[in-house]
Ligand binder design. Structure first.
Ligand SMILES: C=C(OP(=O)(O)O)C(=O)O
Ligand SMILES: O=S([O-])[O-]
Length: 254
C-alpha cells in the first residue's frame, strides 16, 4: 500500500525513462523493487548492451519486464548495426533477447533522413515499439540544426510510425539540444516547441538535471514525458511530479 495515502498526493501519467549504464541484475532487481511503478522504460545506454554477456542481458531484460518496465537498447547501438550493414540482424537479435522496443537515432553518424524513416517503418513492421531520436551527440553538429528543422523532422518521424520521439539531451544535459552550456533551457527554442502543434504525449525530453525536470513540469504539466533519468533520481523526480519537493510545492494541481 502507498505510504501516507491519506494525504492524497497528485497523480500523473507521464512516461519516465531511466538510463541503465550496465547496472548488475541484482542492482536492477533491488531498484525495481523500490521504484518500478514510477518508470515506464529503461534504456540500456548507447552501446552498453554489447559490452555485457548475453546471459546477463537476458536476465536484466526479464527482471525489467517482470516489473512491467520496457527495456530497450540505446540508439547508438542501432547506428553501429546500421553502419555494419546488419540492421535486420539487429532487429532479429533484439527480438530474440526479449526487447520489445528499439531506438532509431542518428546522433553519432549521418543517416539520410528517408533511410531513417525507412528504419522506423521496418522496426514497426517487426512489431517493435519505436522510439526515434532527434539531435546529434556532437555539440558542434547539434548546434547546426535549428529548432524549426528538429520540429519538422520529429513530425515526419511520428508520421513514419515512431511511437515516441526523443529530444536529445545526452547523459550530461549540457550544451546539447535544448540546453545551454550550464544545462539551462534555451527559452527561444522551448517557446517554439510549446507553440508548435506537436502531440506532446509523443515527445520525450531527455532531462537528466533537476532544473530541467522542474521547468518541463512547470511548462507542460506533471505528466510530461522525461528521459535519461538516473537511477538515483527516480524517486526525487516523482516528488517533483507530485509537488512533494520545494521546487514544485504548491504548484501541482490535484
Ligand atoms: C544516452 C543516449 O544515447 P543512446 O540513445 O545511444 O543511448 C542519449 O541519446 O541520450
Ligand atoms: O552518450 S550519451 O551521453 O548520449
Amino acid at each position: 500500500m502507498q505510504s501516507f495515502s491519506f494525504l492524497k498526493i497528485p497523480v500523473h501519467n507521464g512516461l519516465t525513462m531511466i538510463i541503465d549504464k550496465g547496472q548488475s541484475p541484482e542492482y536492477v532487481e533491488h531498484s525495481m523493487k523500490v521504484f518500478a511503478n514510477y518508470i515506464t522504460c529503461a534504456k540500456f545506454g548507447w552501446g552498453t548492451s554489447a559490452v555485457q554477456s548475453e546471459e546477463i542481458l537476458k536476465e536484466k531484460i526479464e527482471i525489467y519486464k517482470k516489473y512491467g518496465v520496457k527495456p530497450y537498447p540505446g540508439g547508438t547501438l542501432f547506428e553501429y548495426a546500421l553502419k555494419e550493414g546488419k540492421f535486420l540482424e539487429f532487429l532479429d537479435y533484439c527480438n530474440n533477447l526479449g526487447f520489445e522496443c528499439v531506438e532509431i537515432s542518428d546522433g553519432s553518424m549521418e543517416i539520410d533522413f528517408d533511410l531513417k524513416c525507412e528504419c522506423i517503418k521496418k522496426a514497426k513492421e517487426y512489431g517493435f515499439i519505436v522510439l526515434s531520436e532527434i539531435g546529434k551527440k556532437s555539440i558542434e553538429e547539434d548546434a547546426k540544426i535549428p529548432i524549426s528543422k528538429k520540429i519538422a523532422d520529429l513530425k515526419l518521424e511520428i508520421e513514419a510510425g515512431s511511437d515516441f520521439v526523443i529530444l536529445e539531451g545526452r547523459e550530461g544535459g549540457k550544451s546539447i539540444g535544448l540546453y545551454d552550456e550550464k544545462g539551462n533551457l534555451k527559452q527561444d527554442d522551448l517557446e517554439q516547441i510549446v507553440n508548435s502543434d506537436i502531440d506532446f504525449k509523443k515527445l520525450i525530453f531527455e532531462a537528466p538535471l533537476k532544473n530541467q525536470q522542474v521547468e518541463f513540469i512547470e511548462r507542460f504539466g506533471n505528466s510530461v514525458n522525461l528521459g535519461n533519468i538516473a537511477f538515483d533520481d527516480v524517486i526525487s523526480l516523482e516528488t517533483l511530479r507530485t509537488g512533494l519537493r520545494g521546487d514544485t510545492f504548491g504548484k501541482i494541481p490535484k
